[in-house]
Design a protein around this ligand. Structure first.
Ligand code: PLP
Length: 356
């Protein structure tokens, strides 16, 4: 099996796995304490969570706090629903459903268009009563990197805040400039089931999950020290290896671009995280390709939309027709993808596509 779906999720780093095992805590161990208990076992679990919090905080700019959540989806919901007040929520057309659906559920939503390269222009028109702007750092389907710093300045000029979904960029790119930032452990070689929201000092949120008051009163519920510790270890590793990982991804990208030379690239080639290759081939039957190449794990459009039969909202936002969107595939690679794996998978995909 070759795994080329790094935007959907990533393999757990062995270092993160080891750290998690320490905190899973069987009956003969003293590591199963509730991090919210005052006794010694509780305090040692708290120490593990707080070390993880420090490590995760290194993914963000200085001057804010980290709130652990169960996922980036939950972090995004906490940010968007937790911000009191009226006014429009403006979100780019290529945001993840966690942002777009929440904006719509909250009422006054405005969709910011993107150009054919998949970039949202910070000079776009925005309603005067905009109170929150949502622009992601790296798109999950096409990998395009948004001008988030300019968007942050634009939001400020309207007296609005900026929420940045940094799920696909965290640990890979420098932290974005924003008021709130959402991340997810499983996209950076940490475990599934834990995410975080970073909140700039001075930004107030209303609690969304009430109860025991954990996570600074904003998100009640007992934290999992194992999940937090795995997240922390993965964040540290991502930052320690950032240059090395980026160089590896760049080598894979250059080779993949060569191998798929006859295919069209969806989204900008330059303003892009190069671990994402979203490709289009006229007339390609993606469902057939998937069934012909079952041992290559890749995605049609986004992992969330695939299977729904609906063309991807991101590819549509670029101006692609339904037929073009439906003849596109997404290949995602990263730290643990070898050049040999990539070449063998590409050969299978290209052979199967040309035989259609
Ligand atoms: N935002 C982006 C850009 C994503 O790629 C994903 C995951 O698919 C999410 C948000 C949701 O993350 P989680 O799986 O932690 O809820």
């Amino acid at each position: 099996m070759t795994y080329l779906d790094y935007q959907a999720t990533t393999p757990l780093a062995p270092e993160a796995r080891d750290e998690m095992l320490r905190w899973l805590g069987g009956p003969d161990e003293d590591s199963f304490g509730n991090p919210h208990s005052a006794h010694r076992m509780g305090r040692s679990a708290t120490a593990a969570v707080e070390l993880a919090r420090e490590r995760v905080a290194a993914l963000f700019p200085p001057g804010g706090r980290v709130i652990f959540t169960g996922s980036a989806t939950e972090a995004i919901n906490l940010a968007m629903r937790g911000l009191a007040g009226d006014g429009t929520i403006a979100a780019s057309a290529i945001e993840h459903a966690a942002v777009l659906d929440t904006a719509r559920a909250l009422g006054r939503a405005h969709v910011i268009p993107v150009n054919a390269e998949g970039i949202a222009d910070p000079a776009a028109l925005l309603p005067a009563d905009t109170r929150l702007v949502c622009v992601m750092q790296v798109n999950n389907e096409i990998g395009t990197v948004q001008p988030v710093a300019e968007w942050h300045a634009r939001a400020r000029s309207l007296g609005a805040l900026l929420l940045c979904d940094a799920v696909q960029g965290a640990g890979k790119l420098a932290p974005p400039s924003a008021d709130m930032i959402a991340v997810s452990a499983h996209k950076l070689h940490g475990p599934k089931g834990v995410g975080a929201l970073w909140v700039r000092d001075g930004v107030e949120l209303e609690p969304q999950i009430t109860g025991g008051g954990q996570e600074q009163g904003l998100r009640s519920g007992t934290l999992s020290p194992a999940l937090c510790a795995g997240f922390g270890a993965a964040a540290k590793l991502a930052l320690d290896r950032r240059d090395e990982d980026a160089a590896h991804v760049e080598a894979l990208w250059l080779r993949a671009r060569d191998l798929f030379a006859g295919w069209d690239l969806n989204g900008s080639a330059d303003q892009r995280w190069h671990g994402n290759l979203n490709l289009r081939l006229e007339g390609l039957d993606v469902a057939r390709l998937m069934s012909d190449c079952r041992d290559v794990m890749f995605s049609a459009g986004s992992a969330c939309a695939s299977g729904s039969g609906r063309p991807s909202h991101v590819l549509r936002a670029l101006g692609l027709t339904d037929a073009e969107a439906k003849s596109s595939i997404r290949l995602g690679f990263g730290r643990y993808t070898t050049m040999e794996d990539l070449e063998a998978a590409a050969e299978k995909l290209i052979r199967a596509a040309t035989q259609q």
